[in-house]
Design a protein around this ligand. Structure first.
Ligand code: FAD
Length: 556
């Protein structure tokens, strides 16, 4: 008998102490803060719809998200004969995600229903969907956000809003004038200036008389144009009167290609890889003016503000995804003789991540309600103006560190692609860059308070709803008022002032609406300086176990 035949095979592949896969969830049911917020913010009637969506997005779409990233979009600039094609090809998983997102109304819900609380319903749906994949949210967000801006031009609105709000999704690559549905993108950023769109050099030349609704030819470049397979784009370009806003279709009303629209290349991005972001050139591309000439920024700002709302909602969804993975892993993994979740240092990290995610979630849902109410409530409109900018700055700014720490909770597994954590991590910085980078948002808050002081009154009135409920919040708000009243070096202090506004709002919401353990931990760690720089530095006395239990997905 040979020596090899004598030895028994070594048992090296027994898998122990690994968590079971986190799958087959109802993403709405296992997100307690989101469930509670739905009714509180005026959309309790949609609970069944949210459970159905939660079960859906927690199932097969999780795999679609991974596939759509493993097979990123491919640009076809020309056909084999050398004619321009300017089409982007996507993996079928992307189209599945898009079709499901449209079915859920992520692209249009508030514009297609008279039911109350539509923005809140959509915000909750979005937070479920984005846990499967964030990239496809981009064209759905832009399509949703374009509608209020297009309303500035009744003719263009009448032509496009029915298509942008259509209930179906057409995965056909080619834009076509007779397609019932349509998607809308935006092109503002140029090489020499993104935040400062007044530096735009793209020009618009009137074909006839010009003016609002008039026909123009656009010539120039756009350095970032995401989702270039959209059917329509809102584009900023310069006329004699200044920067103006235009609606540029990929297909002309007669059904021919808008030949002056060229996709140069797709960006090779850090994350958001399922989505296509491109550079485009416009060579006399046909477009119609939306809004008044020279008033392009105030016109497109309607779109920008709604995309900023979605940055907050998306950030909250991303944080929830990270917390679910981290708490699940720690609940099922043992080290040094005990479950990770039961070990004090890990419980501190998990609880800290959880309160951040809960603060983001309640902020997103409260903000969404302001969008529901603003149409006929002046106070809501004022609150919405400031809270959008404050929340966009702070909530998005918190995501990258949060994703990194959640990833670390999974140890080495978290660094491995199949865990899904690297995808969350790569996506994390985007919300803070897009549609107003950190400084730009912080300065926007100062500008809003200067231009309309009543926005601050409305914001602080919301914070004061929790007045007297927590001494730490009362003291923090009093200090905040002093800092706001001091005009010295305000621009230098922009980030710290805006951060304080955000913390005051989040604490107020948590003190009023979250379980005492969550509100106490947040006030202790974020308001009075008792917390440290890293996650996992909640001060002593915080009820970490209760917080972690609230945020851990239940076993199926
Ligand atoms: C994945 C992705 C997709 C995108 N998709 C689109 C799209 O579809 N359409 C589109 O138009 N754009 C898009 N963008 C562009 C994006 O909106 C811009 O990159 C962003 O607005 C910043 O502009 P910028 O890159 O020119 O940076 P800059 O404006 O040069 O800013 C650089 C830095 O300077 C800071 N800064 C700017 N002004 C000031 C100031 N006054 N004081 C202090 N600091 C300041 C900014 O906060 C930033 O940190 C996309 C970007 C990314 C990453």
């Amino acid at each position: 008998m040979s020596p090899l035949a004598r030895s028994a095979p070594a048992a090296t592949h027994e898998v122990t102490n690994q968590p079971p896969p986190l799958e087959g969830r109802d993403l709405f049911a296992d997100n307690a803060p989101l469930r509670e917020a739905l009714g509180r913010e005026g959309a309790g009637h949609a609970a069944d719809r949210l459970h159905a969506a939660g079960r859906f997005w927690g199932g097969e779409p999780m795999a679609w998200g991974a596939q759509a990233n493993e097979h990123p979009p491919v640009l076809h600039t020309h056909d084999r004969f050398g004619r321009r094609r300017d089409e982007v090809e996507f993996h079928p998983a992307w189209h599945e995600l898009m079709a499901a997102g449209v079915r859920d109304g992520l692209h249009a819900l508030p514009w297609t229903t008279d039911e109350p609380g539509a923005h809140v319903v959509r915000a909750a749906l979005y937070q479920c969907a984005v846990q499967a994949e964030a990239g496809f949210g981009c064209p759905l967000t832009m399509t949703f956000a374009a509608v209020p801006a297009l309303r500035a031009e009744p003719d263009v609105a009448a032509e496009w809003i029915p298509r942008l709000t259509h209930a179906g999704y057409d995965p056909e690559l080619k834009a076509a004038a007779d397609k019932p549905s349509a998607l809308c993108g935006m092109a503002m950023t140029e090489k020499q200036g993104g935040s400062d769109v007044r530096a735009n050099t793209t020009t618009a030349t009137a074909l006839a008389d010009g003016g609002p609704g008039g026909e123009y030819e656009l010539t120039g470049h756009k350095w970032f144009c995401s989702a270039p397979m959209c059917d329509l784009f809102l584009v900023l370009a310069r006329t004699d009167e200044g920067v103006s806003c235009f609606a540029l279709p990929r297909v002309l009303p007669d059904g021919t290609r808008n030949a002056g629209f060229h996709i140069q290349r797709l960006k090779d991005k850090l994350g958001n890889r399922s989505n296509a972001s491109s550079e485009i050139e416009l060579h006399g591309a046909w477009a119609r003016m939306v809004g008044e000439p020279g008033r392009g920024v105030p016109t497109i700002i309607q779109m920008v503000n709604h995309t900023r709302l979605d940055c907050v909602i998306g950030a909250a969804g991303g944080m929830r995804a990270a917390v679910a993975q981290a708490t699940w892993h720690a609940a099922h993994r043992r080290a040094f003789g005990a479950r990770l979740a039961d070990q004090p240092a890990m419980a501190n990290v998990l609880a800290d991540l959880a309160i951040e995610a809960e603060a983001a979630g309640v902020t997103a849902m409260r903000l969404a309600r302001a969008y529901d109410e603003a149409a006929d409530d002046r106070e809501a409109e004022l609150f919405k103006r400031l809270a959008t900018a404050v929340a966009k700055y702070h909530v998005c700014k918190r995501v990258p560190g949060h994703a990194a720490e959640a990833l670390e909770c999974l140890g080495g597994n978290g660094y491995v692609e199949a865990s899904g954590m690297p995808r969350l991590y790569r996506e994390a910085p985007l919300g803070s860059i897009w549609e107003g980078s950190g400084n730009v948002m912080a300065l926007d808050v100062l500008r809003a308070m200067r231009a309309t002081p009543a926005v601050l009154d409305a914001f602080l009135a919301e914070v004061d709803e929790a007045g007297g409920a927590d001494a730490r919040l009362d003291a923090f708000t009093a200090r905040l008022r002093e800092r706001l009243a001091d005009p010295t070096d305000l621009e230098h202090r922009a980030r710290s002032v805006v951060e304080a506004l955000a913390l005051a709002l989040q604490a107020s919401l948590l003190v009023r609406h979250a379980p005492p353990a969550v509100a106490d931990a947040f006030c202790a760690a974020r308001l009075d300086g008792s917390g440290g720089l890293a996650y996992g530095t909640l001060p002593a006395g915080v009820a970490t176990a209760a917080i972690v239990a609230r945020h851990t997905p239940p076993a199926a």
